[in-house]
Structure formats: structure tokens, C-alpha cells
Design a protein around this ligand. Structure first.
Ligand SMILES: [Zn+2]
Length: 365
């Protein structure tokens, strides 16, 4: 058969796009549609369904994946940035996860559905409605409707009969939470990000921010950890659904899933956890994005200085008059390592606190 494939719509979810091709060509299921796409475009099992859908609408795999898959978000933080393994790992993820939506349910907004149908005569599934932990539409500020994943084979409005609305009152309360609003913004930003963030770059930003906030970045100790702050600022109803282990921890107890990204620079935690930690630590998402971009720069250009070199360079820049935090960001240095060097340089090793506070005072001036 000669397949009819329309152009994909803005932010259209790849699996929903496959569903639209199914409808236009009167094929029984999405799985069958993907087989027809594969045979029509000469693909083998080693070529991802995402690549074949891209070919079906005359798009490149890279731009189709960036605009229609959840991969930019699921790959937001990796340990492969700037390495030879990066492309290979991305290719494997494209085959295994290219059509995944990252949500247990198919999600849609009733107002978006109404507007789509008025404008186009039909509605479609959007990526922005499938961010982990975000259950409302940013555009219309109303709870999203959830239906079984099988409904991707039809348009969203056809799934209305299977919608679960039992949590709408709860979600209306959660929408007002500023930490969750930041979580939504960060994930939406990452969904459009053409490259990943190295786990080491994220770790550096988190460690520096924890130092500023006097939070602990280690398993044991007395100071509070990030998960203590998360427990205070997130709505209980939301924690129950998405991070129930947070409710079971004791004050000051280290919770690997949340506190881990600020400790392990060689481990890439799920992007959902990384975005959550950033939304808890930073009041301003733009500031977080700027810090991450600066810290990620050396990884992107495969010109990663050793941590020791970075700390020395940051110290020199600080001694020339730049603020300590800015100097650390410029060279991708760990703020505490620079503070240690500064103590050595001033011969004041015994007074562990005095120099950093002085340094911070200069940095803030
Ligand atoms: Zn909407």
C-alpha cells in the first residue's frame, strides 16, 4: 500500500503521530502501522521506529527526535557528553525508548483539545502534556486528563470516555506550588535541549549551591540535606504519588534518589530526580540554567580540565578580583576545592571557616 503520512504538528508526540498515520490510512493498530512504515521505508530491525517515522514525513532523525520524542528529556543528564560513546548510547536509546511517552497514562488537556478541533477539525497528543510529575497544562492552567496508553491510536478527544478525573481537586492545589512550577519549567526546557548535560557538570552546580545554602553533600553528618528541604516545600499529595520514600525518611537522613546527584559526579541520575533537585535548590530557573551551561561547556568541547587545574585557574581568577562563585563557574571548579587552596595560599589552615566566609563576602561585593 502507498502510505499517506501528514507533516507532524508542533510538539506532537511521536507515538501519537503514528496513531494519526494509522487513522489516515485506516490501519488496525499503531503496531501494525509501524510495520507498514518499516516496509514502506525499507528499514531493518536495527533502525529505530523513530527514524522510520522521520523518513515517512521527510524529516531528519535528529530533528524529529528533538521535536517529537521525549528523548531530549530522558537523556538530559548523562555521563557520555563529549565522549566517543555518546552517539552509540543515543542510538541504542532511540531504538529502545524512542516512542516512550515517560508517563503511565496518555495525557491531554481538554482546552487544548477544544482549540485544536476548532482550528484544525481534530486534536493531537503533545509532548508537553507528558512531563513526569506534572499533571496540569501550563497554557490553560487546568488539570490534564489521563486515559489508558492504548488511546494513542486515536485522537485525544476520542479518549474522553475513559478519562480518570478523581485527582483533579488535588492537582488544582499542587499547580500553585512554586517548586512544582519550577520542576515543570526545567523539564520543558530540557525537552527542547539539543545536547545533554554531563552528570559532573550538574554535580558541580548542585554542590556549589549546597555550599551557599549550608546543606550537606555527604551520607553522614549533622547539617540538613536536600531531601529535607524537598520534604518541606513539596505538597504531600504530590510526594505520595511520585516520591513516597521521601515521606518515610527521618530528618537529616540521606536519601540517595534525591541527595545522590549532589554527591556522585560519575553517576547520571534520572532527569526527573535531577530536575526536582534543581527546582528545590534554585528559586530562579534561569540562574540554574546559566550555571549549568557554564559548567557543561568544558564537557561539550571535550576539553575537560582536571579538577585540580580548574581549581587553580579559579583561584587565580578570584585573586584578580572576580567573585568566588563566578570564578568557579568560569573554570568549572568545585567551590570547596578553591576554598581549600585559598586557605593554603593564605597559610590559614587551622581556621577552616574564616577564609571561606571572607571569600564569599568578596564574592558578594
Ligand atoms: Zn491546554
Amino acid at each position: 500500500m502507498k502510505l499517506v503520512a501528514p507533516p507532524p504538528l508542533p510538539d506532537e508526540l511521536a507515538v501519537g503521530f503514528a496513531g494519526r498515520i494509522r487513522t489516515l490510512n485506516a490501519i488496525e493498530t499503531v503496531a501494525r502501522t509501524l510495520k507498514v512504515v518499516r516496509s514502506e521505508f525499507g528499514g531493518t530491525d536495527r533502525v529505530s521506529s523513530l527514524s522510520q517515522l522521520a523518513a515517512a514525513c521527510s524529516s531528519s532523525t535528529a530533528s524529529f527526535a528533538l521535536e517529537h520524542s521525549m528523548l531530549p528529556l530522558s537523556r538530559a543528564v548523562t555521563i557520555y557528553v563529549g565522549s566517543k560513546a555518546d552517539a552509540r548510547v543515543a542510538g541504542t536509546m532511540m531504538i529502545r525508548q524512542g516512542l516512550l511517552s515517560l508517563r503511565e497514562n496518555a495525557m491531554a488537556c481538554p482546552c487544548c483539545i477544544d482549540e485544536d478541533r476548532k482550528e484544525r477539525g481534530f486534536s493531537y497528543w503533545r509532548r508537553r502534556h507528558h512531563l513526569p510529575g506534572i499533571d496540569w497544562c501550563f497554557l490553560h492552567q487546568i488539570p490534564l486528563q489521563q486515559s489508558p496508553k492504548s488511546t494513542y491510536h486515536d485522537q485525544p478527544w476520542m479518549a474522553l470516555g475513559q478519562v480518570d478525573t478523581s485527582r483533579h481537586t488535588e492537582i488544582q492545589g499542587e499547580m500553585k506550588n512554586t517548586t512544582l512550577q519550577r520542576l515543570a519549567r526545567i523539564q520543558e526546557h530540557w525537552l527542547q535541549m539539543p545536547h545533554s548535560i554531563h552528570a559532573g557538570a550538574l554535580n558541580l552546580v548542585l554542590k556549589n549551591r549546597c555550599t551557599e545554602l549550608d546543606l550537606r553533600c555527604s551520607q553522614h553528618g549533622k547539617r540538613p540535606v536536600i531531601s529535607d528541604i524537598a520534604l518541606d516545600v513539596l505538597p504531600e499529595s504530590w510526594i505520595k504519588r511520585y516520591f513516597p520514600s521521601l515521606l518515610e525518611k527521618r530528618k537529616g537522613e540521606f536519601l540517595q534518589k534525591i541527595d545522590g546527584p549532589a554527591v556522585d559526579r560519575h553517576v547520571a541520575y534520572p532527569s526527573f530526580a535531577c530536575a526536582l533537585v534543581l527546582s528545590v535548590l534554585f528559586d530562579n530557573t534561569h540562574v540554574a540554567f546559566e550555571h549549568i551551561a557554564a559548567a557543561n561547556e568544558p564537557y561539550l568541547h571535550r576539553n575537560t580540565p582536571t579538577s585540580e587545574t580548574a581549581a587553580h585557574l579559579a583561584l587565580q581568577t578570584f585573586q584578580r578580583g572576580m567573585g568566588l562563585i563566578d570564578a568557579c563557574l568560569r573554570h568549572g571548579a568545585d567551590q570547596r576545592a578553591v576554598e581549600r587552596l585559598l586557605r593554603l595560599a593564605t597559610g590559614n589552615q587551622s581556621d577552616a571557616e574564616a577564609v571561606p566566609k571572607a571569600a564569599l563576602a568578596v564574592a558578594a561585593s
